[in-house]
Ligand binder design. Structure first.
Ligand SMILES: C[S@@+](CC[C@H](N)C(=O)[O-])C[C@H]1O[C@@H](n2cnc3c(N)ncnc32)[C@H](O)[C@@H]1O
Length: 342
């Protein structure tokens, strides 16, 4: 069942409506000749439908707020190189209309918009605080062919075939029903349109996740045990980390010629272990773990993280190993055929 929620609030099943930002609310004139697809977000009273409620709550609460904070100087959360890898595999052409799923604060959306010089990029995300940050970043960078909208990508009624390319950086693992979500994204692509996504490999390859979580749980950094001991529901982060499952989800969602290639890019949490510990403690998952443990004080949590991260300090920052899947696939239809310029 779909529930209505407001852009800022968490109310469900209410008749409250909010005025959504219109596509023309970005104050810089688009450079593009191609119109930005109208997603049904034009200035009107609009109720957003959400099926991924837990994710909506998480990304609009402490976790969203922590991610929305601009990174400190020197901290890039390890994503710069991965973002560039994503953009490279997406093969974005100058006239492409790009959809960025789970765009967060918009880093990849803006990179895509720069490639689509005569096209456009639309970033969608559940998180209002992150979208606000994304809009500010677009304005600061003077990028006029990118817009950001709040939507649950699993069910949002994107117009059929409105996009040439869909991209996602760590944004596709959180769907309650991944087959439905990818099918919805496939429907938003033109026939033969391209999907490019990055998601994490299994926890054994992701010390960036296992080391801090193990430290906070007070258990040895044994990947499977750490994931199993995570309180509450199994973390969604690794839901697509098995490449066979990933391919199966894509095929069941109607995508063709799925390719899943490995990459190995470490994550950078800060300049020093104490800064990295502080940054992690501001993030949703770490806060959640501290709040779950009545016996763990914030000071003790900071000390445990610092000790666990110390061995990873380097002149380039606190670098923790990470491995990713670089995923590409095509929506059904004639492969690779680009839309004719209008
Ligand atoms: C790990 S963050 C990645 C954000 C960004 N792509 C980046 O690399 O910094 C995951 C993002 O996916 C978004 N997300 C999760 N489920 C979603 C859904 N069903 N629809 C839209 N966005 C979703 C979250 O709000 C969050 O911003």
């Amino acid at each position: 069942m779909h529930h209505g929620v407001t852009e800022n609030g968490l109310a469900e099943d209410t008749a409250v409506t909010v005025e959504q930002l219109s596509l023309s609310s970005i104050p810089i004139l688009p450079r593009s000749r191609t119109a930005i697809p109208n997603l049904g977000f034009t200035r009107s009273h609009h109720r957003m439908d959400v099926v991924n409620h837990d994710q909506f709550q998480a990304w609009n609460g402490a976790e969203g707020a922590a991610w929305a904070k601009p990174p400190k100087q020197g901290e890039n959360r390890g994503s710069t190189e991965t973002c560039q890898r994503l953009i490279a595999i997406a093969g974005i052409g100058p006239e492409d209309r790009v959809l960025d799923i789970g765009c967060g604060t918009g880093t990849t959306t803006l990179l895509a918009a720069r490639q689509a010089t005569d096209g456009s990029a639309v970033g969608v995300d559940l998180s209002a605080p992150m979208l606000r940050q994304a809009r500010l970043a677009a304005t600061a960078a003077g990028i006029g062919n990118a817009v950001f909208e709040q939507a649950d990508a699993q069910i949002h009624p994107f117009p059929d075939g409105a996009f040439d390319v869909a991209i996602s950086m760590y944004g596709v693992m959180f769907f309650a029903d991944p087959v439905a979500a990818f099918a919805n994204i496939g429907r938003a692509l033109r026939p033969g349109g391209r999907l490019a996504a990055v998601c994490p490999q299994p926890p054994e390859e992701c010390a960036w996740y296992v080391i801090p979580v193990a430290a906070l749980l007070g258990v040895p950094p044994a990947p499977r045990e750490v994931v199993a001991r995570y309180p509450g529901d199994r973390p969604a982060m690794f839901s697509l980390s098995d490449p066979a499952r990933l391919r199966d989800v894509l095929v069941r969602a109607g995508f063709a010629d799925a390719s899943v290639e490995p990459a190995r890019v470490p994550l950078n949490f800060g300049r020093t272990a104490d800064e990295a510990a502080e940054a992690l403690l501001a993030s949703g998952p770490a806060r959640y773990l501290v709040e779950q443990d009545e016996l763990l004080s914030w000071g003790e949590a900071q000390a445990r993280l610092e000790a666990a991260l110390k061995p990873y300090e380097s002149s380039a920052g606190v670098l923790l190993p990470g491995a990713q899947w670089l995923v590409t696939a095509h929506a059904p239809g004639s492969l690779g055929k680009r839309r004719q310029p209008s």
